[in-house]
Design a protein around this ligand. Structure first.
Ligand code: ZN
Length: 250
């Protein structure tokens, strides 16, 4: 079993310094991870974090939103990133509901130029949770303000370790899912996206600029919902457990 010990140690130190909850991380855990320079690069050299809203029709509907006719992006600051290692992850208890949104996350390895294939510009993928302060977001929507406070808070960009990108066709063969306390709450497949990876990269390249180290959270399927203190979240790629954490509201 391969584990990114160096990176986790750095993270552990940072979290201990910030007086967060006790870190529970044991070497030789069952979480999958790559090792080596390339993979630790993807953990530390994150540039921009782009996120796609309403990219699954069933999720747009469950929140009462119209089905979009073009991709819709927002961003998270890099300060929001936290990697799963089985640990408790802290969220505010005084900002209303904290919702999970499980998503496929892709990492750009270089700038996209028209004509390039996806696997020339996406080198790695992970699963992520786009944590959202849903009540704060509803308030911001009503005031027609940007979503930053509802989407960009510390630990709101959860990531499992990265894995090599297998190509979009291979992605269609595997579902991703989120379990809360051992029960599947979300289950999706890249084929259900309203805008596929090519469309997202075309749009983001044109309107936002995309380059090496940029991440894209590609949207969440239906089933989003609130977390409670002590909940255990497990992110699965098919049958493989890619990451786990628990929730510490406080
Ligand atoms: Zn999302």
């Amino acid at each position: 079993m391969r584990v990114m010990q160096g990176s986790f140690r750095r993270k552990d130190k940072a979290m201990v310094k910030s007086k967060q909850a006790t870190i529970i991380y044991t070497a030789g855990s069952h979480l999958h991870a790559g090792r080596g320079r390339k993979d630790s690069d993807s953990m530390t050299n994150i540039r921009n974090i782009f996120c796609v809203g309403r990219n699954y029709a069933t999720h747009a509907k469950e929140l009462g939103n119209a089905i979009p006719t073009s991709p819709f992006f927002f961003m998270k600051p890099t300060n929001a990133v936290v990697f799963t290692n089985g640990q408790p992850i802290a969220f505010p208890a005084d900002q209303g509901s904290v919702h999970y949104e499980v998503e496929i996350v892709i990492r750009m390895s270089k700038k996209y130029e028209p004509g390039m294939k996806l696997d020339e510009v996406i080198d790695q993928m992970a699963l992520g949770v786009d944590f959202t302060l849903r009540d704060v977001q509803d308030g911001l929507k009503q005031k027609q303000l940007p979503w930053l406070l509802a989407k960009g808070f510390p630990n709101s960009a959860l990531l499992t370790p990265f894995h090599p990108f297998p190509g979009e066709a291979a992605l269609r063969e595997t579902n991703f899912s989120l379990q809360k306390n051992g029960e599947v709450v979300q289950n999706g497949n890249v084929s259900q996206m309203l805008f596929d990876l090519q469309a997202l990269i075309d749009f983001a390249t044109k309107h936002l600029g995309l380059d090496a180290g940029d991440l894209i959270y590609t949207g969440t399927p239906a089933g989003v919902g609130p977390v409670a203190d002590g909940d255990r979240l497990s992110l699965y790629w098919g049958e493989q457990l890619w990451g786990e954490c628990s929730i510490a509201l406080g």
